[in-house]
Design a protein around this ligand. Sequence first.
Ligand SMILES: Cc1cc2nc3c(=O)[nH]c(=O)nc-3n(C[C@H](O)[C@H](O)[C@H](O)COP(=O)(O)OP(=O)(O)OC[C@H]3O[C@@H](n4cnc5c(N)ncnc54)[C@H](O)[C@@H]3O)c2cc1C
Length: 449
Amino acid sequence: MNKQSYEQKKEALLKEFKNKKGKGIISINKNTSNLFRSRQKIKKQRINVRNFNEVIFIDKENLTAEVEGMTTFETLVNETLKYNLLPPVVPQLKMITLGGAISGIGIEASSFKYGLVHETVLEMEVLLGNGKIITCTPKNKYKDLFFNLPNSYGTLGYILKVKIKLIKARKFVEINHLKYNNQKEYFKDISNLCKKDYDFIDGTVFNENEMYITLGKFIDSAPYAGNYKYMNIYYKSIRKNKVDYLTTKDFIWRWDPDWFWTSRLFLMQNFIPRLLFGKFMLNSNAYIAIRRLNDKYNLTQKFSLIKNFFKKTKKSEAVVQDVGIPIENCVQFFDFFNKEIKIKPFWICPTKSYNKNTFPLFDIDTEKLYIDFGFWDFVQSDKPTGYYNKKIELIVEKLKGKKSLYSESFYREKEFWRIYNGNIYKKLKAKYDPNHVFLNLYEKCVKRA
Ligand SMILES: Cc1cc2nc3c(=O)[nH]c(=O)nc-3n(C[C@H](O)[C@H](O)[C@H](O)COP(=O)(O)OP(=O)(O)OC[C@H]3O[C@@H](n4cnc5c(N)ncnc54)[C@H](O)[C@@H]3O)c2cc1C
């Protein structure tokens, strides 16, 4: 079969859209997803956007790329690295797509320097609920859409093409892991280090006495290049090596083989399963497939009931969240987290937004450094559903932070619209999807429609 051009793909999509419009809510079919919430089974008309998955053009002179909206970062990075270029912010999991990271918020260890993924975007082509495809930029007549797509989760339109900035990369990344046992000092140093000339900064907290800041710097040559794609595990290496070297590509995907550390939930940190199945299991795509099976058959709860048969607390609650907390409130959040949630390890990622007051649906203070706390595990619980997740939502709001919406949320509707700028969102929804062809943000992110 001949490869379709982007224009041909658009034409076919518009035809499909026309046939489905007016027959209920429209949603998309794509190959991958990093959404972490099971969905209610409501009837939707699905349009197939799977083939919008290619890099169209890399402009090596002007350091930009034109990319189809459902292209995974793995595909994008494979292409850009051919020219020693990279997107400024590459989320850690290979299967995250460019459109998903813009509409669902994306960060990485370079976010202290370049902001969130959407801040690296120059232009987008978007399919609207009326069946039209428009181009929005920060300056044209659709600029309101451009600035409100981040954190809209496909409820204002689907991004089909993106023009994104690129940066120059080098062959290797030198890594330094600094160890801390004092929280105040830890966050103070993160803040200071973010003002220095590093390319990447993130952190891993194993417990309150063992916290690491990882500093990454591009270099042209290295004494060796580590390999954490099979029997060696990246997050464990943080405790062992003060200094380490990775190729730039392996650094970018350092968290992918073990899904940070969550591969242990799938027994993939045990020697035998790793040896036998590691070659094809150690990637986020495989974990996503297993997670889908889990959602379908509720395996975690079943295992939890068996495992805890003799214990008082038999059930567990999934606590899978990323929350951004202003730097000055991080110690307070850390204390709460240690006492109430107790998940270990957790991930730390300093993030700064550089565009003042421009992205209302994920509105964070541009004067401040935020720290993303990422935690993805289960908490033993006999409490009502959402008990621990709700506690997190309350403290995040109290500490003037912001929670990502890719996972479960338990906000009441009024509360949700207050936190995520409902007044602005509703105006945009009325303008760009007046017939409610796509779900709205609350329906999608909280009611899991
Ligand atoms: C365990 C875990 C760890 C994570 N870690 C990180 C991390 O380290 N860094 C990070 O940045 N993010 C992280 N995420 C969050 C992830 O970036 C978001 O969930 C992101 O939205 C996923 O993108 P996706 O391409 O998989 O989109 P999907 O999961 O397919 O979709 C997400 C939402 O966006 C909508 N959407 C998808 N494509 C488009 C499009 N082209 N246009 C408009 N809307 C669209 C979908 O309808 C859906 O509502 C993590 C998520 C999990 C579950």
